[in-house]
Design a binder for this molecule. Sequence first.
Ligand code: SF4
Length: 386
Amino acid sequence: MNAVNLLEFDLDGLTAFCEQLGEKRFRATQLFRWIHQKGAADFSQMSDLAKSLRDKLAAVAHIKPLAIASEQASTDGTIKWLFDVGGGDAVETVFIPEDDRGTLCVSSQAGCAVGCRFCSTGHQGFSRNLTTGEIVAQLWFAEHHLRRRLNLAEGERAITNVVMMGMGEPLQNYAALVPALKVMLDDHGYGLSRRRVTVSTSGMTRMIDRLREDCPVALAVSLHAPNDALRDDLVPLNRKHPIADLLQTCNRYLEAAPRDFITFEYCMLDGVNDSPEQAKELVELVRGNISCKFNLIPFNPFPASGLKRSPRERVTAFAHVLQDAGIVTTVRKTRGDDIDAACGQLAGEVQDRTRVKQRISTRAPIQIHRSAAHAGSVQKKQETKA
Ligand code: SF4
């Protein structure tokens, strides 16, 4: 019989498993705490469980960590792990320390089928969904590894925030995602508040509605464009879930959300979506329609994208238009640049089993929507790509 990986279970799942073994419910809570709060991987360590239960568990279950393929540490303290998840696939997880928090960026899929233009993961294609255990194992490893490495005192947490912004579209792996979120939120698990766990989506409206019902946490939406024409090109999923539907869905989400705003992520692409006119269009789109804040993300270039990072002054000017309209806007600091751990750079190693990569590589060059003032440089860019 194959051993069951206990990282696959939220507390309800573990309770059902323990009941199948003829154990009382409270035993599941004890076991859950050993695994997630103390980082135990060996049943013999679990001193308050009866020896008979420990033996029973050892015969049928295990706590299976992910295999570490590599670790890279940035000069700014960011750490990136590459985890081998078998079958030629590897996924990345990034720890981003700041003065008042430790954020873990977690992957949900090996690759991604959405194929956003500016995203290194998207360009790799898609292999498979991660299981709940593989999602949870990223946090389990990082939390307990960092506690030891940073010499944290008993009760101190290494990870205070989780963002589901690593490889993959988390809402395309919904069945595995929700139990994983529950483990993160559970007081017997990692006890993170709903405000400190963020699901980042490219905008799957029906699944956002489901998340609102099942497990509302903070929501970040990859917007990246002020209109459907451009967003269709940058985030292909927009053709199915256009911006008007997305905004309505976000408003419904806010009724249950732990925060009273949606974060819109906006990757700044030179000459593509970064003009002052586009900033004004964005203001018109959201002002009075949705409570939101913007996070402007400096693009992290990679060769296959054919795109460039917006110059800093252009990002600043764009931010000012939004801020002058009363919209809270931040520019994301790039972290882990020297180890390719910044946003949109996570690539892992993915066996593209769905021809996503092929589809992406054959699509037409991006349509540039911009003012005539920049027509010259656009032309140059098109020539360079050709
Ligand atoms: S930005 Fe997110 S949804 Fe888009 S391709 Fe990358 S991982 Fe997938």
